[in-house]
Write a protein that binds this ligand. Structure first.
Ligand SMILES: [Zn+2]
Length: 383
């Protein structure tokens, strides 16, 4: 176990069916005018938007967040005189809201702070208060310290990142996810599962993230298939909203691994929903990691972690790593997860993706070093 460690999380996490109704009360304590980021169709949240209490300007996030979209959002917030941000939507909407809140608090341009493709300047001042209200159960963006922005010019996605970007309040209401269509439930749910598993086996795991990841994996095992089979199953939706929340806190504090290292690169080059990329890569990465660990470090604690994860996911106390892998593959089939080839990823891209992924920040959390050949083989299996 890695010691010492740090642990950062949101100021206030509010969870429960129907609790989105508390948004006006929460906002009233945080600001006087609010910019509300939503998905492309704000009318989906007409009920919530009608009773916000504060003067509100609505900013629909109709496309994947980019540095340019963050600039437009900041301009809209300034024009409205917003001193608080609410983000009601999926991961993209929450990330954009977090980026705008950070830029309102720190000034400057997104590229001043963006990692990899920007100047990577340190974020030193608090973001303006941001309330994150997820409407999917997947990214955990309501509690993470980064916002992913795409840079179409670089064909890359990069993050704005600081503990100061963790939303002031995460308002997690599983009822908001009931209207998610099955493909979104599948992609976001498998992302949530992956975001509990990768921190659990990460080189940066710590005792606090372990507890969260274990509970998140158990919830994914209980709720993922059921939420997909019947979107109105509130107990399953609550399991998955909780899994997503736990995964977000875990990954913000213990990092991720090769699934996210590869998915990040693929997301910059092909039009693949992030969760679908994770879903297709998950079993091949576990397989590659377990093989590499068994040959290089047969006593590695990560192998015990994979066994424990298999038991939590399957609900069977004697399950092996192979049983866990079979459960994940079967889940992918049940949830109609397509291969990456469906999204235009080609075998000839494998070398390039493997090379770029090797240098990604997620890869540093992977429990074992995977060779270029390993990463290439993983990608080919995920096609
Ligand atoms: Zn993810």
């Amino acid at each position: 176990m890695r010691m010492p460690f740090e642990f950062a999380t949101a100021g206030h996490i509010v969870v429960g069916g129907g609790r989105a109704a508390e948004l006006p009360e929460i906002l009233a304590g945080l600001g006087s005018r609010v910019l509300v980021c939503t998905g492309a169709n704000p009318a989906r949240h007409a009920g919530l938007l009608a009773g916000l209490g504060l003067p509100a300007a609505v900013f629909p996030v109709a496309a994947e967040p980019t540095a340019e979209l963050a600039r437009v959002g900041v301009a809209a917030a300034r024009e409205h005189g917003a001193d608080a941000v609410a983000a009601i939507g999926g991961g993209s909407v929450n990330d954009l809201g977090k980026a705008v809140a950070m830029l309102l608090g720190n000034g400057g341009d997104p590229l001043d702070y963006l990692e990899v493709v920007g100047a990577g300047r340190r974020i030193t001042r608090p973001a303006v208060p941001c309330v994150a209200v997820p409407t999917t159960a997947g990214t955990g963006a309501e509690v993470t310290a980064n916002a992913v922005l795409a840079s179409p010019a670089h064909r890359l996605k990069a993050s704005l990142r600081s503990p100061l970007m963790i939303p002031r309040v995460a308002l997690v209401d599983p009822q908001l996810t009931v209207s998610c269509p099955p493909p979104v439930t599948a992609a976001s749910g498998l992302d949530a599962l992956t975001q509990c598993l990768e921190p659990f086996v990460s080189t940066r795991a710590n005792p606090l993230t372990d507890g969260l990841a274990r509970e998140g994996l158990r919830r994914a095992g209980a709720g993922l298939r059921a939420a997909y089979a019947d979107g109105s199953d509130l107990a399953a939706r609550a399991d998955m909203s909780t899994c997503s929340l736990l995964g977000g806190i875990a990954l913000a504090n213990a990092k991720l691994g090769a699934v996210h290292g590869l998915a990040g690169v693929i997301g910059g080059t092909a039009d693949v929903p992030h969760g679908m990329a994770c879903a297709a890569l998950l079993a091949p990465v576990i397989d590659a990691n377990v093989r590499a660990l068994r040959s290089a470090r047969p006593g590695s604690p990560a192998l015990y972690r994979y066994t424990e994860a298999a038991r939590l996911l399957t609900g069977r106390p004697a399950a092996s790593i192979e049983d866990g892998l079979a459960w994940i593959r079967e889940t992918n089939t049940m949830l109609a997860v397509p291969g990456l080839g469906t999204f235009g990823v080609r075998p000839q891209d494998a070398d390039d993706v493997a090379a770029k992924a090797a240098g990604s920040s997620s890869m540093r959390g992977n429990p074992v070093a995977l060779s270029h050949g390993d990463l290439r083989a993983v990608l080919l299996q995920a096609l």
